[in-house]
Design a binder for this molecule. Sequence first.
Ligand code: NAG
Ligand code: NAG
Ligand code: NAG
Ligand code: NAG
Ligand code: NAG
Length: 486
Amino acid sequence: MDLKRRQWFLSVILLSAALLIGPQFSSAAATTPVFEVRSKFAGKREKDLGALKAHDVHRHSRLLSAIDLPLGGDSQPESIGLYFAKIGLGTPSRDFHVQVDTGSDILWVNCAGCIRCPRKSDLVELTPYDADASSTAKSVSCDDSFCSYVNQRSECHAGSTCQYVIMYGDGSSTNGYLVRDVVHLDLVTGNRQTGSTNGTIIFGCGSKQSGQLGESQAAVDGIMGFGQSNSSFISQLASQRKVKRSFAHCLDNNSGGGIFAIGEVVSPKVKTTPMLSKSAHYSVNLNAIEVGNLVLQLSSDAFNSGDDKGVIVDSGTTLVYLPEAVYKPLMNEILASHPELSLHTVQDSFTCFHYIDKLDRFPTVTFQFDKSLSLAVYPREYLFQVREDTWCFGWQNGGLQTKGGEELTILGDMALSNKLVVYDIENQVIGWTNHNCSGEIQVKDEESGAIYTVGAHNLSWSSSLAITRLLTLVSLLIPFLCNMAL
Ligand SMILES: *[C@@H]1O[C@H](CO)[C@@H](O)[C@H](O)[C@H]1NC(C)=O
Ligand SMILES: *[C@@H]1O[C@H](CO)[C@@H](O)[C@H](O)[C@H]1NC(C)=O
Ligand SMILES: *[C@@H]1O[C@H](CO)[C@@H](O)[C@H](O)[C@H]1NC(C)=O
Ligand SMILES: *[C@@H]1O[C@H](CO)[C@@H](O)[C@H](O)[C@H]1NC(C)=O
Ligand SMILES: *[C@@H]1O[C@H](CO)[C@@H](O)[C@H](O)[C@H]1NC(C)=O
């Protein structure tokens, strides 16, 4: 099947990570039976209690652990504008730098022998994943339950390799086939101490990336979907009882990197708001926006029109996208405090101005959510500097529309950085609090009940591109339902 001859429609209700079954891909590993469960103690006549106990202790030590994911990157559109984490894949384990995306549901990495993918990045050294070089890699076929629950297509025959296509909100896409292999992660074993742990994960081997994902500039090895659907990285580990479906990030925009941990955060405490149950994304109900002390007068359905209610919290998006009916009054109110500014537009979507005074002369913008949770976005977060005397607003007008023409509100890294953001999928709440992301947080080890400190990381990246790349990387990575019309 020639993908170029397909037509794609974007919509915002994620029915499934669009998986597409096409020609067979050759894969080194043989097809494996689904869910091979075999008890090590089945059929044993005498109960060897010692062995059972040892087995349980071993099992317990690997249950519901807290994981520390080393983080790098920043949220400055004029720098790299994305956050990435380091994970190990395969046997022997190799390191991969993957963008952290709470707006999508699948992990994928650039595949060895790919048709179209970045070869060299200005940011990190790229490592294509090579299933042939990993002794634990296995192919995932159409009869695998993982493939079938994300794929309703009739062409998916038993025995064929399960292929996937994911399209993101910025129009870029990845396409390839699914692989099952071992993932190696840093288990929190003490205060700022980690050991290693592993799990089995199904992920995409991306053989053809398009749009921004196919470009070399500032490329990373792939994207790690941290959404709440069953196919996401965290859901897969949780289904193996490796972790709880709860995680937190603290994206540091002052020095880069920050904290990304899986597990229950006990300190700092965060106030939470319910996740909207019908949404595939992490969506929450927004009630009002304040500019300084003034509440914006908005129509009641400004950010709650149609089926896709609420605002989306998405670490894979750099900026904040607002419907026009919200964007205009917000900008008018901010600019009312600075009538002297003369505005110009840069790259069609950025409102910029000359300014040499202090940033705190601009008002703080506060979003008000259910259960009186608020999110303050300070001028140093919503303004970014493109030249010594020139600043631009990070607020974006519209940007994404659903098929029904509804405009989405997306809170990206610009609003989420310098805060600890906690996603508790089990209890269906999300919350945050202002936090120093170069500092530390405390997580609970579920088995022992011990409380351990997890500190910030700042994975190094090459910053040589910072100035020349000016504004080119404004990613909007949220996946959308891909309805395929043949
Ligand atoms: C996974 O971790 C277990 C326990 O630490 C270890 O015995 C096993 O060898 C590891 N598996 C791989 C593939 O690294
Ligand atoms: C997701 O996983 C849960 C628990 O394993 C299961 O109950 C549920 O049916 C799954 N959902 C889908 C859509 O497969
Ligand atoms: C990030 O921090 C830098 C320096 O503190 C600031 O100039 C920039 O505006 C911030 N950007 C965002 C998107 O938060
Ligand atoms: C944040 O924490 C780091 C590391 O503990 C510290 O060096 C820095 O001064 C703190 N920043 C603020 C603003 O408190
Ligand atoms: C974080 O890493 C980046 C890239 O390697 C570097 O430019 C920056 O100075 C680092 N920040 C700190 C606080 O070390």
